[in-house]
Design a protein around this ligand. Structure first.
Ligand SMILES: [Zn+2]
Length: 344
């Protein structure tokens, strides 16, 4: 029994030895191959790429992510400022990683509380924000209205693709050749003088408002609607001749910078009441309270003359549609605030 067992175990050792002998070249070959073959270039980055992939996978679920900013989100998120992924995305979208490479400034979070804060204006807000949180609204409002720029100097052609939401002010102008393509002549009963033209949507809204006003006992008319570039030029030049340029600029727009050239603005009037007294008349008060329901806003409001750059114009209304007019009326803001936040 003993001898037989020994023989069997010898056989087993022999077979094992032969097997190892056969496998050895294969194992050695594999080791040599792994050591000597050149590593593919992309393998060098494999580990960081995998880490990024995990981050990016989570990132695509965050709102407002832009593909060309992925590396910047990643870098700011991992910079050790304790930001959540959503915060990192939002701040980078506002270029805070460039403005504040050492971590976001407390002032940014204060400014962002404002209802009409717009991220792309952040560097301009910061340039005039003194850090007193009482002033946040004034800062946002001022920049949104371009009042940190020089009127009639820092100018740009307005974006006509915005249609009835077009912005015209002392920083955004219309070409001298611009004439709206849907001007209609107002029926004579709506005109204070012999005629007036408006863009069709503004005219239709005005007619509806004038009819409702009439039903309520008030007569409202169009004192002035669309004005061409050349008409505005003559008017402005007359005002400059009579009042001097500085004063004329407070109540009359330079040619190309007038909302009347859009065909969407109306100076309203009521019979027997002077141009500048419309707002105090019963008809004017009705219009001030109701115009937004028809899509009109009082454009140059009393407590925002520093923001609009115009004195209070109780008769000048601008058509922007009912939705925008309602938001603007209810918040007591200028059209510039609305435009920056929702239209631009
Ligand atoms: Zn006007």
């Amino acid at each position: 029994m003993k001898k037989k067992r020994r023989t069997r175990s010898n056989n087993f050792a022999r077979i094992l030895f032969i097997l190892i002998l056969c496998a050895l070249p294969v194992i050695l070959g594999k080791v040599l191959w792994d050591t000597m073959r050149p590593a593919p270039a992309e393998e060098a980055d494999l580990r960081p790429a995998a880490a990024r992939a995990g981050y990016f996978h989570a990132l695509v679920k965050v709102e407002g992510v832009s593909a060309d900013r992925l590396e910047r989100y990643n870098a700011y998120y991992r910079a050790g400022f304790g930001l959540s992924m959503d915060e990192a995305v939002e701040l980078v979208n506002w270029d805070v990683d460039i403005l504040c490479p050492n971590g976001p400034d407390e002032r940014i979070f204060e400014l962002a509380q404002d209802k009409f804060f717009v991220g792309r204006n952040l560097s301009r807000y910061l340039a005039i924000y003194d850090g007193n949180s009482q002033n946040v609204r004034a800062v946002v409002e001022k920049v949104n209205a371009s009042r940190d720029r020089i009127a009639y100097a820092d100018i740009e052609p307005t974006d006509l693709s915005k249609g009835i939401m077009v912005l015209v002010n002392k920083y955004h102008y219309l070409d001298s050749s611009y004439v709206p393509d849907d001007l209609v002549s107002a029926a004579s009963q709506y005109c204070q003088y012999s005629s007036a033209k408006l863009r069709r949507p503004a005219y239709e809204a005005f007619v509806k408002m004038a009819e409702d006003a009439r039903a309520a006992g008030y007569i409202i008319k169009i004192n002035s609607g669309y004005r061409s570039y050349s008409t505005q030029r003559s008017m402005y030049n007359n005002y400059v001749a009579g009042h001097g340029k500085a004063e004329a600029d407070t109540f009359s727009a330079r040619p190309g910078f007038s909302e009347h050239q859009t065909g969407l603005a109306i100076d309203m009037s009521t019979p027997g009441v002077g141009y500048w007294s419309f707002g105090d008349s019963a008809a004017g008060k009705w219009v001030h309270a109701n115009a937004h329901r028809y899509g009109f806003i009082l454009r140059y409001i009393e407590d925002k003359t520093d923001i609009t750059g115009y004195i209070y114009e109780c008769m000048h209304f601008r058509y922007v549609g009912v939705d925008a007019a309602t938001v603007i009326h209810e918040n007591g803001i200028t059209y510039e605030d609305y435009y920056e936040k929702y239209v631009k």
